[in-house]
Design a protein around this ligand. Structure first.
Ligand code: DGL
Length: 273
């Protein structure tokens, strides 16, 4: 039995969609979530810079005493997962491989679409992962820089979001994909808009549930689970504004958020692995 918490991080609040699934799948575990709100968004940044931020945030969580780190951010996973796995002593789970796996299983015509941030698309990691599983499958990737600000904004389900989704989807529809990876932690929040634009014939894949399953399997294989009879808790840290995190975060987590602690970017920088 291992009583240490699980660390989950994201550039901001999108990773709360992953935390939500982890809390449902592993109700007996404790979680600490760190959102790097002061440096959000990661998506438009160069991969090197995202790699540095991820090393700081994950290093901080490891020093804080977590037993496993979940990189609950597609951009951070795309840029930094191998580096984090090399430099941390605790296991690190990312969000790309579970989605790539689910997409390869779901596609019938082996044409897979990807909607993600510019960094995730630029990394080429989804194509590598898909082709490692099925060398004949093709990934058509579209960067969607307008979506994260719209989803974080005041009117995530408004006309402008629908228009942006339609624009980004048009290239994938023209490419005749039958499966689309929603490769960003924010996108599950507007899943109904994607589903309406693509129609029922296209399978949408997103990672929160698959990632939670991988976390559970990793804990079990390594024998570092907490007592299954207990009820776990969760707490939050942000480099941004704690009040804003609390107010907007509940939309992503769909569970209550009470206290949120502030942590300085300089404190993270000192913890880099
Ligand atoms: N969390 C990021 C991702 O999943 C989206 C937000 C950002 O650009 O930082 O790619």
């Amino acid at each position: 039995m291992d009583e240490r918490p699980i660390g989950v991080f994201d550039s901001g609040m999108g990773g709360l969609t992953v935390l939500h699934e982890c809390l449902v799948t592993l109700p007996h575990e404790d979680f600490v979530y760190l959102g790097d709100g002061a440096r959000l968004p990661y998506g438009p940044r160069p991969l090197d810079e995202i790699r540095r931020f991820a090393a700081e945030v994950a290093g901080y969580l490891e020093r804080d005493g977590v037993k496993l780190v979940v990189a609950a951010c597609n951009s951070a996973t795309a840029a930094a997962l191998p580096d984090l796995q090399r430099h941390l002593t605790v296991p690190v789970v990312g969000v790309l491989a579970p989605e790539a796996h689910a997409a390869v299983l779901a596609t019938r015509n082996r044409r897979i679409g990807l909607l993600a941030t510019a960094a995730t698309v630029a990394s080429g990691r989804y194509s590598e992962l898909v082709q490692a599983l099925d060398a004949g499958a093709e990934v058509v990737a579209v960067a969607c820089p307008r979506l994260v600000p719209l989803i974080e904004g005041d009117d995530p389900f408004g006309e402008e979001t629908t228009r942006a989704v339609r624009d980004y989807a048009s290239e994938l529809r023209a490419a005749d994909v039958d499966t689309v990876i929603l490769g960003c932690t924010h996108y599950p929040l507007i899943r109904p808009i994607f589903q309406r634009v693509f129609g029922r014939g296209v399978t949408l894949v997103f990672s929160a549930e698959e990632t939670a399953r991988e976390v559970a399997e990793t804990l079990a294989r390594k024998g570092i689970e907490n007592d299954p009879e207990r009820e776990g808790g969760y707490r939050f840290l942000t480099t941004g504004d704690p009040e804003q995190f609390r107010a907007t975060g509940a939309r992503f987590l769909q569970l209550p958020i009470s206290a949120v602690e502030h942590v300085e970017v300089a404190t993270l920088a000192a913890a880099a692995v």
